[in-house]
Design a protein around this ligand. Structure first.
Ligand code: SAM
Length: 352
């Protein structure tokens, strides 16, 4: 929702002057670009959200009742557009309760289906995943032309859906020219396969080819129209940084006061097979160690950190210097129904 009252801009300017701050000071504190701040103060508020206004007011220690009311109306529920192994939808309330009260930029280097991202809808955010095909879907929410092309392609998949069609589309990543396909085509393929495959699993073989069998559904709804439009609006106003790299590279810009939520592939439970191969190179014990070392370095820099994993002795040992909370969880994605049982997870933070 856009702001119609230019009075808010004047109020912000007055509050800032009363606080003895320059625009530059305020921009540094609230993390909003100085140019944008200046436009807001002079009443140019096209495309500015109430959440942004609230952030500025918070930095000045002020509230405006009208802004509070409008901000509440502005938050719409967004949902992940794919079902993803390790998705955090069921743990969201525990995660939210354990978040830092305030932070600047949000980083999610293992974004997967983005359950927490869509719940939080942060102002400024970086998202990343090593899975190139998945990240192409996020990229399609960046521009109207990609977004419209993605929707058209998804509707085509819905209309053509059948077992033969599924296997024909699944086959495409074996083609030599696959990586040269338009990104909306590859993005639509991932979403379609996710909806039409067995149990919404993303799994590739040793050569990196998607190999989940057909899910036997007669008809497919590839996307929730309303949710898609809302995600597009959210990305349009927030302009996220979207990357496809290893987690270490993905958080290199994190600074003191930022918040990173790490949700890596799970450590293997003792005596159990855990799903860890989202990509052809699965996440090894060495990767877990590399992540724990990064966690320690970032903690020294003053970045707020939260990490989820299984409650294994290996993970608890790696993070023994931090706060560890044990939480019960249910594993939803497993090819065998009897293995979708209860497991313990840990939520690790570097703050109280
Ligand atoms: C547990 S899932 C994240 C689930 C996500 N929080 C959600 O709600 O759907 C882990 C993700 O890490 C990604 N991944 C695996 N290795 C990675 C790496 N080295 N760097 C970044 N991402 C990686 C996988 O592709 C997968 O999407």
């Amino acid at each position: 929702m856009e702001i119609s009252l230019t009075k808010i801009g004047k109020d912000i300017k007055n509050y800032r002057l009363e606080a003895g701050m320059s625009q530059e000071d305020l921009s540094l504190i609230c993390g909003i670009d100085r140019g944008q701040l200046s436009r807001i103060e002079s009443g140019e508020v096209l495309g500015v959200t109430y959440l942004t206004i609230e952030k500025i007011l918070n930095s000045l220690g002020r509230t405006i009742e009208y802004v509070e009311i409008e901000k509440k109306k502005e938050i719409v529920n967004l949902k992940p557009f794919v079902k993803w192994a390790g998705g955090k939808t069921q743990l969201l309330s525990v995660i939210e309760k354990n978040m830092p009260k305030e932070f600047n930029t949000y980083f999610e280097p293992f974004v997967g289906g983005g359950a927490l991202l869509f719940k939080l809808q942060p102002q400024k955010f970086y998202i990343n995943d090593l899975n190139e095909e998945l990240i192409l879907v996020y990229k399609c929410f960046e521009t109207d032309s990609l977004f419209n092309a993605l929707k058209k392609e998804l509707i085509k998949h819905e209309n053509n859906h059948s077992e033969d069609y599924y296997y024909k589309i699944r086959e495409e990543d074996r083609y030599e020219l696959f990586k040269t396909y338009p990104i909306y085509v590859r993005a639509a393929r991932v979403v379609y396969l996710n909806k039409a495959c067995f149990n919404g699993l993303y799994r590739v073989n040793k050569s990196g080819y998607f190999n989940v069998p057909f899910g036997k559904k007669k008809t497919i709804k590839c996307f929730d129209r309303e949710n898609f439009e809302e995600i597009r609006k959210f990305f349009k106003t927030h302009k996220p940084i979207i990357t496809n790299s290893d987690f270490e590279t993905a958080v290199k810009d994190a600074k003191k006061g930022d918040f990173i939520y790490f949700d890596p592939p799970y450590d293997v439970l003792d005596n159990k097979k855990t799903f860890t191969s989202y990509d052809k190179d699965s996440f090894t014990k060495n990767d877990q160690i590399r992540l724990a070392n990064l966690f320690k370095d970032l903690s020294k820099k003053g970045v707020y950190l939260m990490l989820s994993n299984h409650n294994t002795s290996f993970i608890c040992e790696l993070y023994k210097d931090f706060n560890i909370k044990v939480i019960p969880a249910k594993r939803m994605i497993n090819s065998k129904a009897d293995k979708r049982g209860d497991v313990e997870e840990v939520l690790i933070t570097n703050y109280e």
